[in-house]
Design a protein around this ligand. Sequence first.
Ligand SMILES: [Fe+2]
Length: 135
Amino acid sequence: MSLFYEVTPELMTGNTLIDSEHKQLFQAVNQLMDACSKGKGREQVMQTAQFLRQYVDKHFQNEEQLQIRYNYPGHPAHKQFHNGYKQKLNETMQNLINEGPTVKTLGDLNQVVGVLVSHIRVEDKKLAQYIRDAR
Ligand SMILES: [Fe+2]
């Protein structure tokens, strides 16, 4: 189970805004993991989980705005993924807050982050490439 996430070269999209937000996002994940693993208590877990949720919302919004601005044909599907993801993330964060860091809730957290990593590797890279080609 990975306890530290970073934007490896393979995950770089080449879009400055998207990449810098992904870095922030992984940092937020790492802070949450850290709060969980060090037994920082419910308050800290809640705060970091809340921050991650808000940051994901903001980041998805920014990506969707870029898609609209560049008339990205993949916009509907990408937006649909974002909406489903936000819901799944909310559930995962809520369980983590309610049940505390357990093997199950941390496993779910890693799983949900893994889904995002795959999305970055494929869909966000595709989006960044489209924007580059359009410029
Ligand atoms: Fe995305």
